[in-house]
Design a protein around this ligand. Structure first.
Ligand SMILES: Cc1cc2nc3c(=O)[nH]c(=O)nc-3n(C[C@H](O)[C@H](O)[C@H](O)COP(=O)(O)O)c2cc1C
Length: 382
């Protein structure tokens, strides 16, 4: 089976599992502790139903939305993801090309594997830089300055990784950055020669945003959980977030807001957007799902900031449900990471093509010509 035969996120997941060594697959696929939150993030969408209207003349529809100061061609974008060149040797370069083709936001992680400078020069799609606040203040300043110099559109400050989540699959497989060969993982690397060849003989693995400041993650092998717990600033607080916003001065998003209280504080410090997110179930297991939290947050701050629903999206109908509740847009990780691991740029392109088709078809079946026609009137919780 190739990517041509993948028709949904799960098909790409099955293919990705075959294409990359198991520590890599489980790093993408896994969550924290018992993975209850990971599962719930998607299941939450199945606890409500859409109610269509008919006979609305829906031949021509428009699924574009305006969010974080930009018009994007579909209400879904690429969440920032670490270590992408480990999933496929083209990594961010593949994802950026697809973001550009589909006219949507491209999220780039502080732990990205292609530099801010290269991404700034290569892609004209709207760009979000995801900031991890490190103990090393010079590093934080350097990343923000590079985003300013390279004309990024949004900084998204991740606020849900104050320590690393307990990702037990990574403990089991021994996954580290950069990957280490263990007795356990040896067979898995040996049985994926295409991946292993590209890793060993392709462009050297690096974390360009960090490597001039910290050795961990590039020269020193470290698990991502340990990286968060040792390198990030555990004392980060609202004042710090406000100062980053002031220094940056453009669209500013807080990624990982889950409570109404915090959503209001985000408004108070001048954030222009929040991503309601639990980091894809990789941090606090037992946390509520973003979709379940959405209505309370939209009711409290939806008229003052752009509320984005991040996590669990696997289908076009999931996007329509979140927009019906009041999200401005949705974002996702695994929906494009399985395709990236399964087939590089062609995989991501096919996945986004399918998602876009699904959203368009479902809009027509809902009797909606534009996203603004979606609302709470067309969704019912059981
Ligand atoms: C493999 C992987 C790596 C991630 N890396 C980052 C990261 O570097 N920074 C960040 O803020 N979030 C990161 N996330 C979280 C995503 O940005 C996003 O919140 C999450 O994937 C949403 O859940 P979904 O995968 O169900 O769509 C990562 C998620 C995954 C699956």
């Amino acid at each position: 089976m190739g990517i041509k035969h993948c028709n949904n996120t799960n098909d790409f997941r099955v293919l990705a599992k075959k294409r990359v060594p198991s520590p890599i697959f489980h790093y993408i696929d896994g969550g924290a502790d018992d993975e209850i939150t990971l599962k719930q993030n998607t299941e939450a969408f199945e606890k409500c139903d859409l109610i269509p209207n008919v006979l609305k003349g829906v031949e021509d529809i428009d699924i574009s939305v305006s969010v974080m100061g930009k018009k994007i061609e579909l209400p879904l974008f690429f969440s920032p993801i670490a270590l992408q060149r480990l999933f496929h040797h083209d990594g961010e370069r593949a994802v950026g090309n697809v973001a550009e083709q589909f006219g949507t936001f491209f999220g780039i992680s502080s732990l990205g594997t292609v530099s801010i400078e290269e991404i700034g020069a290569s892609f004209s799609c709207p760009k979000i830089f995801q900031l991890y606040v490190h103990k090393d203040k010079g590093l934080n300043e350097n990343m923000i300055e590079k985003c300013i110099e390279n004309n990024f559109d949004v900084i998204a400050l991740t606020v849900d990784t104050i320590v690393g989540g307990n990702r037990e699959r990574d403990l089991k497989t021994g996954f580290t950055s950069p990957p280490k060969l263990t007795l356990n993982s040896f067979m898995s690397f040996a049985s994926h020669p295409y991946w292993t060849f590209n890793y060993l003989f392709g462009e050297r693995f690096s974390l360009p945003q960090l490597q001039d400041y910290v050795k961990e993650g590039t020269d020193i092998k470290v698990s991502i959980g340990d990286y968060f717990s040792t390198m990030l600033n555990q004392n980060m607080n609202w004042k710090d977030a406000e100062n980053i916003n002031k220094k940056w001065g453009k669209q500013f998003c807080l990624k990982g807001i889950m409570s109404v209280e915090d959503a209001k504080k985000a408004v108070d410090i001048g954030a222009t957007a929040i991503m309601v997110s639990n980091h894809g179930g990789r941090q606090l297991d037992g946390s509520r799902s973003p979709f379940d939290q959405l209505s309370e947050i939209v009711d409290a701050v939806g008229d003052r900031v752009d509320v984005i629903c991040d996590g669990g999206i696997r289908r076009g109908t999931h996007v329509l449900k979140a927009l019906s509740v009041g999200a401005k847009a949705c974002s996702g990780g695994r929906m494009y990471l399985y395709p990236l691991a399964a087939g590089g740029e062609a995989g991501v392109k096919r996945a986004m093509f399918l998602m876009k088709k699904e959203i368009e078809r479902d809009m027509q079946l809902m009797g909606c010509k534009s996203i603004s026609e979606l609302g709470r009137h067309n969704i019912k919780f059981r």
